[in-house]
Design a protein around this ligand. Sequence first.
Ligand SMILES: *[C@@H]1O[C@H](CO)[C@@H](O)[C@H](O)[C@H]1NC(C)=O
Ligand SMILES: CC(=O)N[C@H]1CO[C@H](CO)[C@@H](O)[C@@H]1O
Length: 187
Amino acid sequence: MYSVIVSVVVVAILQLTEARIGTGSCAKPPTQQNFNLSRYLGQWYGQVEYSAIFNVGVSCSRARYSLKPNGHLRIFNQGYYRLIDQPVSVEGEGYVISESNPATLSVTFFNFLPAAPYLIVETDYDNYSVVYSCKTIGFLKSETAWVLTRSTTGLSEDTLHGVLRRLESYGIESNHFSRITQTDCPL
Ligand SMILES: *[C@@H]1O[C@H](CO)[C@@H](O)[C@H](O)[C@H]1NC(C)=O
Ligand SMILES: CC(=O)N[C@H]1CO[C@H](CO)[C@@H](O)[C@@H]1O
């Protein structure tokens, strides 16, 4: 029971710290055309992330996507918390809300936490993916975004800049991104 409470608290903190809290409305980026969930499955590594107000020193962020028997997406996120010198992992579930919009998922990590939209803005499946998640709570918004890559090396600087410029044009500010360390990962 104690460990359950600890992980719930850690996840709640993760959710708060991994998002930027701001005011105004969420960006409305386009999503990947003809999104194919099967091609999206497998291992991804975070290259950059919309950083939180608090820098809690997460490195080695990675996500593994697989299919559940019910057709929903199983999301397994891992990272390493330098601050507490501990690996942290959290499992969530996502599903496509409407088949007419296959790259828009609803994702939840614990039953008591509200589900958040999860938009796959663009992906080529083999190299990179851009994810945007934003939820408004009254006049506040909680917003986060990642560039995920299939390799720990990540995209080249030029390609990454191209991606961040496109995000900027959708109102997702590139100066809010910070780099995720993917070396010396004790996971
Ligand atoms: C999605 O990708 C899988 C695996 O590459 C492929 O077998 C399937 O035909 C694709 N589905 C569509 C609708 O393109
Ligand atoms: C632009 C780019 O890096 N493309 C690579 C994407 O991944 C495939 C499969 O690993 C490579 O063949 C491409 O060169």
